[in-house]
Write a protein that binds this ligand. Structure first.
Ligand code: CTP
Ligand code: MG
Length: 259
């Protein structure tokens, strides 16, 4: 890889989801974790990592509470800290990412796309992704080995359905599998090109796109993988929120940081 060059990096924090599976009746970004909204933990982690020249927060359209929260956080940021930009999100995560990209400042070289739902991502993960970009990668994702055995299944039919609703069709080679996290890092022109190409997908194909790296893979551009962190769990269900609370307040306490 080539020698590292400093990159002007924008971090897009997608926080415009409704949090259906968490089931709090409010956007997930606003749900309290350790006494503060989930979004605040994510923002503090990004700023503390020092990788961002700009943090572009994508919020649920019309959510005044989260807007105010971000406005207050902007006041807290020291002079010389990143520019904080707020934009309205879209109907899908990909729409929200595109809204964030449109608000990046001129001169941006690289972009990290991060889920607000990964509120406790350690700084070290931001650093590993940013360093790979600086070293010349066009696309980088943080990953973890998969601990469960993973199988493929199909729906049963006819007599088979008397036993169970699904039948196993195969077993994936676990040593080749990785669970994928955020922040996902890209050279800005690579991500722009990938999302432009996504415009040509039909509704079914679009629904199958669950991260940005997948769109880059479709371009044929290599996507590199660096080590993620178990602490970077995505808060999706009530159980995840219990885990996250435990990381902050449990026996391990806030001192525990898995690098
Ligand atoms: N997201 C977004 N815009 C959307 C949908 C999702 O910005 N239209 C963001 C979420 O806010 C979250 C991240 O993408 O930070 C990952 O999505 P997910 O965990 O699925 O969050 P929600 O969509 O809010 O949750 P759910 O699917 O349970 O409703
Ligand atoms: Mg969702």
């Amino acid at each position: 890889m080539s020698e590292s060059t400093p990159l002007v990096t924008g971090v897009i924090v997608v926080a415009a989801g409704s949090g259906q599976r968490l089931g709090y009746g409010m956007p997930k970004a606003a749900v309290p974790l350790g006494g503060e909204p989930i979004l605040m933990h994510a923002l503090r982690g990004i700023v503390a990592s020092g990788v961002a020249s700009q943090v572009c927060v994508v919020l649920p359209a019309g959510d005044e509470g989260l807007r105010r929260l971000c406005g207050d956080f902007r006041e807290e940021l020291a002079d010389g800290g990143p520019l904080l930009t707020l934009v309205d999100g879209g109907a899908t995560r990909a729409d929200s990412v595109r809204a964030g990209m449109a608000a990046l400042m001129e001169g941006t070289d690289a972009v990290l796309v991060h889920d607000a739902a990964r509120a406790l991502t350690p700084e070290s993960v931001f650093h590993r992704v940013a360093e790979a970009l600086a070293a010349g990668a066009a696309a980088v994702i943080p990953v973890l080995p998969v601990v469960d055995t993973v199988k493929t299944v199909a729906a049963t039919s006819g007599e088979d359905s008397m036993f169970a609703p699904e039948v196993v069709t195969g077993t994936a080679r676990r040593e080749e599998l990785r669970a994928v996290q955020t922040p996902q890092g890209f050279k800005l022109d690579t991500l722009v090109q990938a999302h432009r190409a996504a415009g040509g997908l039909d509704r079914q194909q679009s629904a199958a796109v669950t991260d940005d790296a997948m769109l880059v893979e479709m371009l044929g551009t290599p996507v590199y993988a660096v080590r993620g962190s178990t602490q970077s769990l995505k808060i999706t269900t009530p159980l995840d929120l219990i885990f996250a609370e435990g990381l902050l307040e449990g026996p391990l306490g806030a001192r525990w940081v898995e690098g």
